[in-house]
Design a protein around this ligand. Structure first.
Ligand SMILES: [Zn+2]
Ligand SMILES: [Zn+2]
Length: 335
């Protein structure tokens, strides 16, 4: 049987499929790319032909302009695209809207590239679909046993408790524009927060795109247009980078919050002067990573990026051969 290493090979530009002549999430411009999801480190402009889900293509067009690639081919989940005997299809990854695992089948071998993924419930995207495979190529952003994300509902309850406690202040929540902002909004709605949510202008376009794809976010309003009296007791969303800028000073005595899996690390919260760290992640935590590998029971695990060593060691102890690929160019942040 053909060796999996000759189907997918790590190269400086990214993970390359030689028999199909395409890259997955290349970090440099290439002729042909399959893109797992719209985060900027995975979805870059300037490729020749790009295949991805329709929402991912729409996200790329929103960020880079309609000419982000030479050509764009939308692939629905489960739709098979064949090239030189290689069958490629996409399966939901549960990470952000449109996010996909790439399933590559060639001469009886199945390799699944997870892209970024999570297993938690998230109404803003299709849930992760386990695909039986010979090789599971996984991310490991939170691949250390210390990373165990609490239920997101508990974190949002902390946010609502903060509003109750400080009705005269504004809760200013840093959330990345693609995925995290919409997840926080839907978590707030599910917790009964029905008031209009003032948002920073940099979040508007992707919020609209989510709504276009059927994700209801409820009433949102530009934070810039809000009257100061309406901002007391409000929950305002902004990109994390805006929290430390003059933009944030308009709010009455703001409580600075930040929604990220990295808020587990106290030093990071302190570094950013975050008063209310919210551990809400769109990546699998340690338990999700290991449970997914146990569930799939693949012949081999390859690890693309993140904390590779601990997960590789865990696999070895489970008797699963594991191989860190040490792919470079992917950020550990979520946008
Ligand atoms: Zn991502
Ligand atoms: Zn990533």
């Amino acid at each position: 049987m053909i060796r999996p290493q000759s189907v997918l090979t790590p190269r400086p530009a990214g993970l390359y499929c030689e028999p199909g002549d395409f890259y997955i999430d290349p970090v440099r411009p290439v002729d042909r790319a399959v893109i797992t999801h719209g985060h900027a480190d995975h979805a870059r402009p300037g490729h020749g032909a790009v295949a991805a889900t329709a929402p991912t293509l729409a996200i790329m067009a929103a960020r880079y302009g309609a000419d982000f690639a030479g050509s764009a081919q939308p692939l629905a989940y489960g739709e098979v695209w064949s090239r030189d005997g290689v069958e490629v299809s996409l399966a939901p990854a549960g990470h952000v809207l449109g996010s996909a695992q790439v399933v590559v089948r060639y001469r009886g071998l199945t390799l699944v590239v997870s892209g970024d993924y999570k297993r938690r419930a998230d109404p803003t995207c299709a849930p992760f679909e386990p695909v039986p495979c010979d090789v599971f190529v996984t991310e490991a952003t939170f691949g250390l046993p210390v990373f165990r994300h609490p239920p997101a509902t508990e974190e949002v309850a902390k946010l609502l408790a903060c509003v109750d406690q400080f009705p005269e202040r504004t809760c200013l929540v840093g959330a990345y524009a693609l995925g995290k902002a919409q997840r926080v909004i839907t978590l707030l709605r599910a917790a009964g927060w029905e008031r209009p949510i003032p948002i920073h202008g940099a979040l508007a376009r992707l919020n609209e795109l989510y709504e276009d794809f059927g994700v209801a976010l409820g009433p949102l309003a530009p934070a810039a247009a809000a009257a100061t009296k309406d901002l007391a007791g409000a929950i305002v969303l902004a990109p994390p980078s805006a929290l430390a800028t003059p933009w944030a000073r308009r709010f009455p005595d703001p409580v600075s919050a930040f929604a990220s899996g990295w808020m587990r690390v106290r030093a990071r919260a302190r570094q950013r002067a975050v008063e209310l760290p919210l551990i809400i992640s769109d990546h699998a935590d340690w338990d999700e990573l290991t449970a997914t590998i146990t569930e799939l029971s693949p012949g081999e695990v390859w690890i693309t990026h993140g904390r590779e060593e601990a997960l590789a060691r865990w696999c070895a102890l489970e008797g699963i051969p594991a191989r860190p690929l040490a792919l470079v160019g992917y950020d550990e942040e979520e946008d």
